[in-house]
Design a binder for this molecule. Structure first.
Ligand SMILES: [Cu+2]
Length: 156
């Protein structure tokens, strides 16, 4: 009888350990899904000049985007009325790596201040929320960005 009892206890122990292991795996996997995104600020990428390495990125609420100043002379500036309500001004310094943590869902449109008419524009979609798409469509782009923007906005 004593033997049966102790083997039962062993089975329960194994189940408890297995459950803990499975939960840990689940937890670690969910962390790796929240991977943060890095975008490079470049003078050249393929045939394009003055460009963010990724023009459209999709992230979860609370994720951080890092913009790396791989080449000099660039920055990141959120476009007025191109961000969800409640988001403040954001304009980074030239030649500096910069990061932003996106806590408010929606579409964020940004450009590099000196190259905003040369096609150096980008979009971040946070939490798959496109509720401010109409506002994004009213942004006035100029030069090369004006040609690029409609296709990018349609791809959001
Ligand atoms: Cu630039």
């Amino acid at each position: 009888m004593q033997k049966v009892k102790s083997s039962m206890i062993n089975v329960v122990k194994k189940i408890v350990i297995l459950t803990i292991v499975l939960f840990s795996i689940n937890f670690l996997t969910s962390i790796s899904f929240a991977a943060d995104t890095t975008i490079e600020m470049l003078n050249k990428q393929g045939k394009e000049s003055m460009v963010f390495s990724e023009k459209v990125v999709r992230i979860n609420v609370g994720d951080t985007v890092f913009w790396k100043a791989t080449n000099k002379g660039h920055n990141v500036e959120f476009i007025k009325k191109g961000v969800p309500e409640g988001v403040g001004k954001f304009k980074s310094k030239f030649n500096k790596d910069v990061e932003f943590k996106f806590d408010i869902p929606g579409i964020y449109a940004y450009w590099c201040t000196p190259h905003k008419s040369m096609g150096m524009i980008g979009f971040v979609i946070v939490g798959d929320d496109k509720s401010n798409l109409n506002a994004i469509k009213t942004i006035k782009y100029s030069g090369k960005s004006r040609k690029l923007a409609p296709d990018l906005i349609n791809s959001l």
